[in-house]
Design a protein. Structure first.
Length: 139
């Protein structure tokens, strides 16, 4: 189940995101949709990086009955990237959710040998989504 905290006025199709999360985990996920200003503050506070970003993931300690973690997504980044790549905001939000979920599951594209990229590729092809974050940046 997704515990959705929408701090914007953007309407989100949670059922698609829940379908995706159910493919990978039965644990709850906290999803926060917010603004650039707030994600910048979160990024600064938790990662000591003073800038906004598109998506942040915070895995929780693996304990029975605990959520797997939190995903925070900037709606400003969703709008900007969707517009520049000419796809829908919903598609971009879904791509960022997938990216964040894979990080919660322990994938890390910065140090792995392409496993996260491959996992993203499989799911976006299955769901007929546009190219993922990693695929766009790593070509």
């Amino acid at each position: 189940m997704i515990e959705f905290d929408n701090r914007t006025s953007f309407e989100v199709n949670i059922s698609l995101l829940e379908k995706i999360s159910d493919m990978y985990t039965q644990k709850d996920i906290e999803l926060i949709l917010t603004t650039d200003d707030e994600i910048r503050e979160i990024n600064k506070q938790h990662r000591n990086i003073d800038r906004s970003t598109d998506v942040l993931s915070f895995p929780y300690e693996d304990m029975p009955m605990s959520p797997i973690g939190s995903i925070v997504i900037s709606l400003n980044h969703v709008h900007k990237v969707a517009k520049s790549l000419k796809h829908s905001d919903e598609d971009e939000l879904t791509l960022l959710f997938i990216h964040g979920l894979l990080h919660l599951l322990g994938f890390d594209h910065e140090v792995d040998k392409g496993e996260m990229r491959q996992e993203e590729l499989q799911i976006i092809q299955k769901l007929k989504l546009p190219e993922s974050l990693i695929i766009r940046t790593q070509g």
